[in-house]
Design a protein around this ligand. Structure first.
Ligand SMILES: Cc1ncc(COP(=O)(O)O)c(C=O)c1O
Length: 385
């Protein structure tokens, strides 16, 4: 216990890079209460099994699914892996064709690479359009008779974009492939937008939607939802030594804490609390984007609570050295995720620090220096790049 007291958990004040956040206080209490339960063994741990059914029902309400099937997974990674796993197994049953493949846009989360490698399916990654969304022509061109699944992302990890889900679903289904939507991050904000992303908007087959991100449940709590029970059944294996006879999850023992925390967070927040949270974080997003733009920084127009901007690597590194936890996209943009813990006060402090570590601001007002040149006045001159 002493070593834990000496090592405090993450303070969220300066965390601008994470897609996780502080769980709702009541969800934390619920998690503590159900720490020693295992929904992976539902006949033995019946109370948590019932709560898992409630969690799936509530998640399905968010995702517009009338007859829910699925389970509470460890996160978006597991849900994506299992969706592809089910698609591959179902296609094998039906077609017994050649080497299965999955088609996904370049914006897809890297969990899909893990899935492809583990499951022995090919992954055809296709380009995104100018607005970082799946390019429909490229998806169509990549599909062939061995395509078992198409993936669309509703809330991409890097730019917060929503792929054209109904059109992707049509393309997938025309090819006889499974349509999976990765709403791991976006699932708890998209209901308050005009995007077509859910089971109610298109006949999608499965979805990853994570309570442990915007849903304010404790980690680990992901969600795999399926339109048909057959998708879940395609994952089931026999479980000889348990009281139940089969299991469809990737992990065996699972977190009852995540399940109980999901139910309580959703009881507390769906829909009004999540809606307020979305409004607040979109206001913060717009504020940050405007403030960066006012400083002459090129900002990618945000559409969900996530801001990306062309900030010099040296500036990012200086901010990181000041304790800010920041991430970059693969193409080098600074990426700030406006999760519920990201307050206006913390964004103001961040902007103050940007002004402090971007010394070139002092010289650009009437100078001809291009944005790409940083004058390092802290070091007494010299160019940072
Ligand atoms: C769109 C998307 N899918 C999947 C994942 C993976 O989720 P997890 O880290 O909970 O496994 C993430 C993580 O940020 C994500 O942004």
């Amino acid at each position: 216990m002493e070593s834990i007291r000496r090592s405090q958990p993450q303070d969220f004040d300066k965390v601008l890079s994470s897609m996780c956040t502080e769980p709702h206080p009541l969800a934390q209490e619920a998690a503590a209460e159900f720490l020693a339960t295992n929904p992976g063994d539902p006949a033995t741990y019946q109370a948590i099994a019932e709560l898992e059914t409630k969690a799936i029902n509530r998640l399905s309400e968010v995702a517009g699914l009338a007859n829910p099937h699925g389970y509470i997974a460890s996160g978006g990674t597991e849900a994506n892996i299992q969706a592809i796993h089910a698609a591959r197994n179902r296609a094998n049953d039906e077609t017994a064709s050649g080497q299965a493949n999955v088609v996904a846009p370049a914006s897809v989360h890297f969990s899909v690479n893990k899935a492809a490698e583990m499951l022995g399916v090919d992954l055809w990654i296709v380009p995104v359009d100018d607005d970082y969304r799946a390019d429909l022509d490229a998806v169509t061109a990549a599909i062939d008779t061995d395509t078992v699944a198409v993936i669309g992302v509703a809330g991409t990890t890097e730019y917060g974009r929503v792929d054209p889900i109904p059109a992707l679903t049509d393309i997938a289904h025309d090819a006889g492939a499974h349509m999976h939507v990765d709403a791991s991050w976006g699932g708890f904000v998209l209901p308050f937008t005009g995007y077509a992303w859910s089971f109610a908007d298109a006949p999608i087959d499965s979805m990853a939607i994570d309570p442990h991100k915007f849903g304010r449940a404790p980690i680990p709590a992901g969600g795999l939802l399926a339109r048909e029970q057959a998708t879940v059944d395609a994952l089931a294996v026999e479980t000889p030594y348990l009281e139940t006879t089969s299991q469809a999850t990737l992990t065996g023992t699972r977190s009852g804490a995540g399940v109980a925390g999901t139910v309580v967070a959703m009881e507390e927040l769906w829909p009004a609390g999540y809606h307020q949270q979305y409004n607040r974080q979109m206001d913060n997003t717009t504020f940050l984007a405007d403030q960066l733009a006012n400083r002459g920084i090129e900002v990618v127009t945000p559409t969900l609570p996530l801001v990306t901007a062309a900030v010099q690597p040296a500036t990012i590194e200086a901010l990181q050295a000041d304790g800010w936890r920041l991430a970059r996209t693969a193409s080098g943009h600074l990426r700030i995720v406006c999760m519920p813990h990201v307050s206006r006060t913390s964004l103001e402090a961040f902007l103050d620090d940007i002004d402090r570590v971007r010394p070139w601001l002092l010289v650009t007002a009437d100078s001809l220096l291009p944005d790409t040149i940083l004058l390092d006045v802290r070091e007494g001159g010299g160019f940072l790049g």
